[in-house]
Design a protein around this ligand. Structure first.
Ligand SMILES: Nc1ncnc2c1ncn2[C@@H]1O[C@H](COP(=O)(O)OP(=O)(O)OP(=O)(O)O)[C@@H](O)[C@H]1O
Length: 788
């Protein structure tokens, strides 16, 4: 969003925001797009019982920019009064005097006087966050996220990061900045959708917090809440724990689940296990937010602050809260009888079969691999440790203010498994204004007359408009008590507008896609996209471990012919986000995807592969000969390159160092007042430019966390015309920091083979030890549906 530069309001300046008068007290800061003030409001806010609030002022150049702000406001209204979400107070939008057709949006919200989690972490650079602190922060932030995931349809924050967690005066951690929220984004089904999703992910997420499925769209996982998009929080968590030692390329690390712990403080194996499971590159192996919160609470020895709404809905519906897992490993004896029955029912596909033809590719591949999720009842434990930092005591942890959202809803949360009816939610009906209604008519979710198994693809910008049954809209119960809608409108319906704009190539009303080329309408651009993506994939293969390269090969699935001397592109010379296409035509995988029986799925690898592959039958509704010709060619090319890589790798293993990955950040380094070795730097425009962490190695040389490999500038954006980011010259050996010698007491630690391809330039330890393995096993037993 291009923004005119505007002067700050002076203290004492009074403006009207909705039904409130706001007097500027102090200019606080500027976000990527906003000016932030503390203000005195009248009347006072009932929820916070305070007359001090925070004013966010944003100038947007046009109406489409206004929509983005409306999304934020709507999300805040839906989440209002949750104690772990920054509470909405009032808002309004008006035409601005700055720039023709521009608007000014004012958003009044609860004032979090203790600043952000980033600020807090910066005060802890020396002693770092202790386990109880980490757990407390996680617990509270997860509650905020849970409130979003609990909505029907659920909302995904997409930009959870330490800058977007604020701390209120009474020490509560709260999620803020809902400018990137969306519904579930299904996997792209064609180059046009792929381009759109790529664009959208780039625009709305922060690189270092992306989940693997956001980075590697080729895998075809839907980007959704719950386990599949906990990625953002997982990485945030990772940063909290590990921000001092995260050296190597982030995207590669995220994709491969590689991470390191600092040498101190020592975290418990149980917490490490949570991190380990959370950071699994495979989304199926990650817990949903309820399971995560349960586990965190157990480690803390406190009652879980929320009920498992997935499970409740399942029970309510007499169906299961399904999750695609490797059920061959699930210990069904741990389920209750009822659960076991339900599981069986799902396994044989009874519930989902009628809807199966509608499934999108990835849904088909997940298809019957469904298992009841198990949760353990909350248990109170009296001996808990009070949180050490300004965090609420356990006594104050109450059930969140979940309201009538649950009443009479249709319960099934993972319905992307059950239906792919493109949808806009009931929110659309409740919030839509005239502008949007026209669009929501196209996107309203179909629900059958029984109200069960309705869909969940709520969003989205990637939603196609192919579904005919849009007339049976059921308006679900009231969600928010606030219906003033000064600027409000349906979040999802607006996303529907954007999709329509993509499909109709109407760029006038949408902010997301600016050019015809971006919408991928022409065959040429589609082919370009495919080529670039494939090239990106091939290039990325080098950056991945050999093991991953093998996985790529396996996923290609057909007979290979070893190519001659194809050069592999230099590491990190292309975007890490590859396209969808080349795996779609694999016959062997078609078979695996189309009829995965229990026995067929008993092998983990097989399941893994199965889950990765979109169903070619459904991935492209009308495959053209041209597309397949391109596919074949590209597939052959990739096979050649990958095989070549494997061959070369066996001869001379790729030496991977942090210095070898991508370019280094150009950010100026700021020396922390408390610790000269480590720095946390907040970036403006954080949607595109993440927190840059840098450190000084023991040699005194700055060891800067590599910036994104697929970025070319500080805004994290691609150059306008460039197909691939520039290749960064290799750093001369003498300039590289020498990895310090491993302390003797750590030399016996078992290094995970998977991780061993990376040369780590940090004294920190890889903690893939047996104790953690044991804990993971135990975690699997307790959450068999979560971890395969
Ligand atoms: N309610 C609040 N109370 C106190 N400080 C706040 C509040 N809201 C925002 N801030 C401060 O302002 C900063 C920017 O706010 P916010 O993230 O909402 O703006 P933004 O323009 O969307 O930023 P970005 O795009 O950079 O994420 C926050 O990181 C925080 O430091």
């Amino acid at each position: 969003m291009n923004q005119p530069v505007i002067p700050n309001y002076p203290p004492g300046f009074v403006i009207k925001v909705g039904s409130h008068q706001a007097k500027i007290l102090k200019y606080l800061t500027s976000g990527g797009f906003a000016q932030i003030y503390s203000v005195e409001i009248s009347p006072k806010d009932e929820y916070t019982n305070s007359n001090i609030a925070c004013l966010k002022r944003v100038i947007v150049p046009n109406k489409s920019g206004l929509n983005v702000l409306r999304t934020e406001v709507d999300a805040m209204k839906l989440l209002k009064n949750n104690r772990h979400v920054v509470s909405y107070i009032d808002s309004n939008a008006a035409k601005s005097e700055f720039g023709n057709g521009s608007y000014e949006v004012f958003l009044l919200m609860e004032y979090c006087e203790r600043g952000s989690l980033l600020d807090f972490m910066n005060t802890k650079l020396r002693e770092r966050l202790q386990e109880q602190e980490v757990l407390n922060i996680m617990n509270q932030v997860c509650q905020g996220i849970a409130a979003m995931h609990k909505l029907l349809p659920p909302l995904i924050h997409r930009d959870i990061k330490i800058e977007n967690v604020l701390i209120s005066g009474d020490g509560l951690f709260k999620v803020c900045d809902f400018g990137s929220v969306c519904g579930i984004i299904r996997p792209p089904r064609n180059p046009q959708e792929l381009q759109y999703v790529q664009h959208d992910v780039m625009k709305n997420t922060t690189a270092q917090y992306r989940s693997p499925e956001m980075i590697d769209l080729v895998k075809g996982f839907p980007i959704e809440r719950k386990i599949r998009h906990l990625g953002s929080w997982c990485v945030a968590l990772q940063i909290m724990l590990l921000h001092y030692t995260f050296r190597e390329d982030r995207e590669v690390a995220i994709l491969n689940g590689r991470y390191q712990y600092p040498a101190y403080p020592i975290y418990s194996d149980r917490l490490k296990n949570v991190v380990r499971v959370l950071l699994s590159p495979h989304p199926v192996k990650r817990p949903n937010i309820c399971q995560l919160l349960e586990e965190i609470s157990k480690i803390q020895n406190i009652p879980c602050p929320i009920d498992n709404f997935y499970l409740e809905r399942s029970r309510h519906q007499g169906a299961v809260s399904v999750m695609p897992v490797n059920f061959s490993r699930a210990n069904t004896t741990q389920f209750t009888d009822q659960s076991a029955k339900e599981t069986t029912a799902i396994r044989v596909g009874k519930e989902i079969s009628p809807l199966k033809p509608q499934l999108s590719p990835i849904k088909s591949s997940y298809g019957p691999v469904l298992v009841m999720t198990k949760t353990t009842p909350n248990s109170f434990n009296s001996h808990h440790t009070p949180p050490p930092i300004g965090i609420v005591s356990n006594k104050t942890i109450a059930k969140p203010l979940y309201n009538s959202l649950e009443d009479g809803n249709n319960g099934l949360e993972n319905h992307y498994l059950s239906s792919s009816v493109p949808a806009i939610s009931y929110l659309a009906n409740q919030h839509a204004n005239d502008n949007i209604r026209n669009t929501t008519k196209l996107n309203i979710p179909a629900q059958n007359s029984t109200g069960s198994k309705n869909k969940t693809y709520v969003d989205s910008e990637t939603q196609t408009l192919e579904e005919p049954s849009l007339q049976h809209t059921r308006i679900l119960p009231h969600i928010s008590t606030d219906r003033t809608d000064n600027t409000g409108n349906s979040i999802v319906s607006r996303l529907g507008v954007q999709l329509r704009n993509v499909i109709t190539n109407d760029s006038s009303a949408s902010s997301s896609i600016d050019t015809v080329q971006e919408t991928g309408n022409s065959i040429k651009s589609a082919i370009e996209s495919l080529k670039n993506s494939v090239s990106g994939m091939a290039n990325n293969v080098k950056a991945l471990s050999v093991e991953n390269a093998r996985n790529h090969l396996e996923r290609l699935g057909s007979s290979y012919s070893i190519g001659s001397n194809n050069n592999i592109a230099k590491p990190n010379s292309a975007p890490i986000i590859p396209a969808v296409v080349t795996t779609h035509t694999s016959n062997s995988l078609k078979t695996a995807v189309s009829s995965p029986t229990h026995s067929e799925l008993s092998d983990e690898n097989e399941l893994y592969d199965t889950l990765h592959l979109p169903d070619p039958k459904t991935s492209f509704q009308s495959p053209s000969p041209l597309k397949y010709a391109v596919d074949r060619k590209m597939k052959a090319s990739i096979e050649k390159r990958v095989l070549n890589l494997l061959k070369n790798a066996e001869d001379s293993p790729v030496k991977k160092t942090a210095a070898g990955y991508g370019k280094y950040t150009k950010r100026p380094k700021m020396v922390s007042p408390t610790n000269p070795h480590y720095h946390l730097v907040r970036q403006n425009s954080v949607s595109q430019t993440p927190l840059i962490l840098s450190a000084r190695g023991s040699s005194g040389h700055p060891v800067v966390v590599p910036a994104l490999i697929n970025r070319d500038n500080d805004n994290g954006k691609y150059p306008a015309k460039s197909k691939a980011p520039p290749v960064v010259p290799k750093k001369p050996d003498h300039l590289r920091p020498k990895p310090p010698k491993k302390p003797a007491h750590l030399s016996s630690l078992k290094i995970n083979k998977k991780h061993s391809t990376t040369v780590l330039n940090t004294p920190a330890d890889l903690l893939s030890d047996t104790a953690v393995d044991e804990l993971e096993k135990s975690f699997k037993q307790r959450y068999p549906s979560t971890v395969s």
